[in-house]
Structure formats: structure tokens, C-alpha cells
Design a protein around this ligand. Structure first.
Ligand SMILES: C[S@@+](CC[C@H](N)C(=O)[O-])C[C@H]1O[C@@H](n2cnc3c(N)ncnc32)[C@H](O)[C@@H]1O
Length: 221
């Protein structure tokens, strides 16, 4: 029998957020400023329960170094960097927008995390390819252009430590992944990515119904 996850109503979502450790003033203010300054893009930011999950996951893993593809105004990078050692560049953050990451920089400073985060502006695939050999990550978070996910996956996997974990955001595409009428490049990119990850025997994988779908893959080798 297939067991389904209960449908997530707005009320049920409010309830689960209310029963998750609350966000601190830095994340609260960042979410508010993002909504005020960038109302059309603010939905790209991860939600509070996903942020808490990512912080806890990094702590449980004892992650020493992490990489983020898609930084935007810095919410997810704060959630990750908080769980990393206070070492220069413990989090490599990749984005193409100086404007949006300008907001991120201010909040990293306020959170006392600037020293841990190495922001690289430019296409993330180029940033990853330019990393020195031997640069290894315990945790990776992919949350940028959806038709680029497979490229990021293939570039990141050889750079992960054994037992490392890759997370990929929006892998349910608001349910559009199962809508045959949906033919956009972004949704097709996610479908292709989900199939690609499932077929990759280097990892075990679970697609979690957190936020808009969060794929979690662990290197088994
Ligand atoms: C969904 S948002 C990231 C949200 C962020 N993780 C958060 O929780 O606030 C996607 C980001 O990917 C960036 N992006 C898009 N294409 C990119 C590329 N080729 N390389 C690096 N970043 C890219 C965009 O500028 C945008 O800031």
C-alpha cells in the first residue's frame, strides 16, 4: 500500500512552523527586508523550518565545510554557516547577483558569520570547476537555476567527502513535476534531475516534503 504524506494546508504549515525552534532576530529581519525590498523574488528564500532542518543536519553531520549554489539574500547561507567551524571560507557561497548578495553580506556581518563565508560571484559551474583539486565538502546545497542542477550534481559529487550529503531544493516544483501539461525548462530540469539522482548508484536518496521538496542524497562510498 502507498502511504501518502498528509496534505499540507496553510494552517498545518503554520502549526509545524510554530512547533519548530523559532528563528532569531537576524533571520526574522532578513526575511522581512527581503520581502520589502524584493517582493517579486522573496518566494525564492527557503522557509524557517527548512532553515532549521539544514542547520541541524549540518550539526548532526559535524560538517567542516559546505558549499551553496544559489545564495540570494543569504538566508540559507546563514543557516548553514552557523553550524560550521569558525574558519575562513568554511562555507563557499555561489551566486551571480551582486545586488542580492549585497543584502546577504550585511546580514552575515550582523550574524558574525562573514569570516566563515567565501562568496564567489559568477556562474556557479565555473566557480566549482575552478576550485583546486582536493577541495572537499561535507555538505552541499543546490538552489539555483533549475535546468542546471544535473551539471552542479556532477561537478559536486567528486568533491564530496565519503558520507557527505547533497541537498537540492524545489524538487517538487510546487507539484508541477507530476503535471504532464507542464513543459517549462525549469520543471523539466527538475524532473530530469530527480531521475538522474535516483539512477546514481553512488548515493542513497530521499525526497523530503519540506518546503517545495528537498532532495537529500548521501554518498554511500
Ligand atoms: C532560489 S534563489 C536562492 C535562495 C537562497 N538559497 C535562499 O534561501 O535565500 C536562486 C539564486 O540562484 C542564483 N543563480 C541563478 N543562476 C545562477 C548561476 N548560474 N550561478 C550561480 N547562481 C545562480 C540567483 O541569482 C538567485 O540568487
Amino acid at each position: 500500500m502507498t502511504r501518502t504524506t498528509e496534505s499540507m494546508t496553510p494552517e498545518l504549515h503554520d502549526y509545524l512552523v510554530a512547533h519548530t525552534t523559532p528563528v532569531d532576530p537576524v533571520l526574522r529581519d532578513l526575511a522581512e527586508e527581503t520581502l520589502r525590498a524584493l517582493p517579486d523574488q522573496a518566494g525564492m528564500q527557503i522557509g524557517p523550518e527548512q532553515g532549521r532542518f539544514m542547520t541541524m543536519l549540518a550539526r548532526v553531520l559535524g560538517a567542516q565545510s559546505a558549499v551553496e549554489i544559489g545564495t540570494f539574500t543569504g538566508y540559507s547561507s546563514i543557516c548553514l554557516a552557523r553550524a560550521l567551524p569558525d574558519a575562513p571560507g568554511a562555507l563557499l557561497a555561489c551566486d551571480i547577483s551582486e545586488e542580492w548578495t549585497g543584502i546577504a553580506r550585511r546580514y552575515w556581518e550582523r550574524a558574525g558569520l562573514s569570516g566563515r563565508i567565501d562568496l564567489r560571484i559568477g556562474p556557479a559551474l565555473e566557480t566549482l570547476r575552478a576550485l583546486p583539486a582536493g577541495h572537499a565538502f561535507d555538505l552541499a546545497f543546490i538552489d539555483a537555476d533549475k535546468d542546471g542542477y544535473i551539471g552542479y550534481w556532477e561537478e559536486l559529487l567528486p568533491r564530496m567527502r565519503p558520507g557527505g550529503v547533497l541537498l537540492a531544493d524545489n524538487t517538487l516544483s510546487h507539484g508541477r513535476v507530476i503535471d504532464p501539461a507542464e513543459t517549462s525548462a525549469a520543471v523539466q530540469g527538475i524532473r530530469d534531475f530527480n531521475d538522474h539522482v535516483l539512477a546514481d548508484d553512488r548515493v542513497e536518496v530521499v525526497l523530503l516534503p519540506i518546503g517545495d521538496g528537498l532532495t537529500m542524497a548521501r554518498l554511500t562510498g
